[in-house]
Design a binder for this molecule. Sequence first.
Ligand SMILES: [Zn+2]
Length: 270
Amino acid sequence: MKKDTGKEKIGIIGGTGLENIAGIKYSGEQFVETPYGSPSDKFRVYENDSFIIYALNRHGANHEYAPHNVNYQANIYGLYSLEVSEILSFSSVGGINLNYKNGDLVLTTDAIDNTNRGSITFYNEKGNVVHIDMSSPFCNSVREKLLKSAENAGISLTNGGTYICTDGPRFETPAEIKMYRIWGADMVGMTLFPEITLAKELGICYGNISLITNAASGVEENRKLTSDEVVDEAKKNTAKITKIIEEYIKNSKRQPCSCKEILKGAAVGK
Ligand SMILES: [Zn+2]
């Protein structure tokens, strides 16, 4: 039976290599089964006087789930059942914006869904038609707090970038990247959708920091892109992400937001 501890509960998705977070104690693993199946992995639980963190490897304990095989519904529903109020999502992306360098962190402000995963929703049954508002895709309050946390930690975080999400698992062609740049995308990844929409459907605040692990296809001429370099760059930058999280949990305050009220006016005829 769950007891209400009065602590703020935060979900972290991504965080491969995230082990020790200063200021909060690791208290073990928690497995959650959901009506949508099993999340990618057990949740690693951290706890201090003010916060409980549930951290999840999006791609599984041993990176066994490719982006198209991640059970996004189970991951988000799992965090929902653990009663998290916000999700901090971290992702590895390819840089489309020519100003980005490998290792840069970008606070994502807008997004394009170029996947075929639009039908993955918690509102699937007949007679329950729900259109979630995406005019403000990321929680402004979580974004502000992430920005402030990075500043306090002395970590450079670019404020603002548009993430385009593809199905994967293949990387993109140079022509696709050229097109995405024309569309206004700054970086390309494979996991933001439907993760963000599912979180919104359940009224959970969602913020994302994207790590540029490589230049997207065609940005650097005649260069082959390997999966290993993406994983290596992600590992190299885990310390920066950890520092931002450490600052984030130093202060329990953040601005009020309306993410919880998202279902008001979202359902047809209700
Ligand atoms: Zn919010």
